[in-house]
Ligand binder design. Structure first.
Ligand code: PLP
Length: 409
């Protein structure tokens, strides 16, 4: 039997424990939703104050040059590159994940003329499927959505692109990026990986796995702030061949030449479209300092430790209360979240949030708990499981207020 003191001992031995002070976390709150909106790094407000009061208010248009606003998408992309195993000049920050996915899917399809299939997965985050549907319609391809276990065997010589999300948003199940990419390449297809639930949560080795394209989110484990811009990765070997469809002026070889003919930039800048959302970008750039000096393998080790602890304690404390585990038990098949199913999941999560323990809910019955290893502690896991146990045994969830669905779950 584990007790709370065992969890405190794990925290005392945690080499990353000091990183928690890099975040401004509300007192008395346990935050297990960094997979939806990352916590705010403590250095961000001061940076934003300068950005707003000096660079914007005082510097005005001059700040594109004087405050180095203009190269921020490249600079921030290079910072993210270290976290995802990419090289300098292969990652750029732009737009949202949905928009970047659209750009890379069209670009990749254009690189595989004569192949008619975009292979995707049924249980993916809906926006990924919606975008792929639209790309299929525009490019004359067929979108083939299969179950996660069937993806590998569905890759054949008609497939132009295999488009997958590395870690599933609901179940937390993770694909073997290297094996899947290799299989796709053997069949002559290109791969697009969505790293929304991966980037900042664990190390990724895009170049070691020979990945072609990737996209990901700035506001989840990268902690960039609500609606922070996303990123896009293009392997350097593909850069000169990439023609993305949203050919705006910021992707031009010489945006300020204002020529009538579009000529793509030679490098990763060609993935840009229009002007960056500069304040959101500055917020993301400064938030990334929370990763300074952090060994991503050590981060992963702690994330696994938190996930294993959650599963162990759920089995020890919640047996017979109607919960089932929706996430693989094997850490090698998991991302950085653990999900539980429960028929009353929505109301239970609302009751938990009322106690300042914040996870989230995904229909129909999934309670999600994300473990951002930079700031989540082992005792937080203990306290969360203890609260879940109390909420279910006392039926504290069973009120009108907790059962009523809000618009954002
Ligand atoms: C969070 C998430 C998105 C979000 O896309 P936006 O365009 O930023 O709203 C897309 N795909 C996956 C898999 C996600 O988890």
């Amino acid at each position: 039997m584990m007790i709370r003191e065992d969890c405190a001992a794990l925290d005392a031995a945690d080499k990353l424990a000091g990183c928690r002070a890099r975040f401004a976390l509300p007192a008395g709150t346990i935050y297990l939703d960094g997979n939806s909106l990352g916590a705010m790094p403590a250095n961000v407000p001061a940076r934003m104050k300068v950005a707003i009061e000096q660079e914007w208010a005082e510097g005005l248009i001059r700040s594109w040059n004087d405050a180095d606003w203009y190269p921020a998408p490249q600079r921030t992309g290079d910072r993210i590159a270290r976290l995802i195993g990419a090289g300098q000049g292969e990652v750029i920050v732009a737009d949202s994940t949905s928009v970047n996915l659209f750009k890379v899917l069209v670009a990749a399809t254009r690189m595989r003329p004569g192949r008619g299939v975009i292979l995707a997965e049924r249980t993916n985050f809906p926006t990924d499927v919606y975008i792929a549907e639209s790309v299929a319609e525009m490019t004359g391809c067929e979108l083939r959505c299969v179950d996660p276990e069937e993806v590998m065997s569905a890759i054949d010589e008609n497939v132009a692109i295999v488009s997958l999300t590395h870690v599933n948003y609901k179940t937390g199940k993770r694909y073997d990026m290297e094996a899947m990419t290799r299989r796709a390449h053997e069949a002559g297809a290109l791969v697009v990986w969505d790293l929304c639930h991966t980037a900042g949560a664990m190390p990724v080795y895009l170049n070691r796995c020979e990945v072609d394209f990737a996209v990901g989110c700035g506001y989840k484990y990268l902690n960039g702030g609500p609606g922070a811009p996303a990123f896009v990765f293009v392997a350097s070997r593909h850069l000169e061949h990439v023609r993305q469809p949203l050919s705006g002026w910021h992707g031009h070889a010489q945006p300020f030449a204002f020529t009538h003919e579009y000529a793509p930039h030679a490098g990763i800048d060609r993935m840009l479209t229009g002007t960056a959302p500069q304040l959101g970008l500055i917020s993301l750039e400064s938030a990334l300092e929370a990763f300074d000096g952090v060994d991503m393998e050590a981060l992963r080790e702690k994330s696994v430790s938190l996930g294993d602890l959650f599963i162990t304690l759920a089995e020890q404390e919640l047996a017979g209360l109607g919960f089932t585990l929706a996430t693989p038990r094997d850490a090698d098949q998991r991302g950085s979240q653990v999900s539980l199913r429960h028929a009353e999941g929505y109301a239970i999560m609302q009751a938990l949030i009322a106690r300042n323990i914040i996870g989230d809910f995904r229909a129909p019955d999934i309670l999600r708990f994300g473990f951002a290893a930079l700031y989540v502690r082992h005792v937080d896991i203990w306290d969360t499981i203890a609260a879940l146990k109390d909420i279910v045994t006392s039926e504290a969830w069973n009120t009108e207020a907790f059962r009523t669905r809000k618009s954002v779950t």
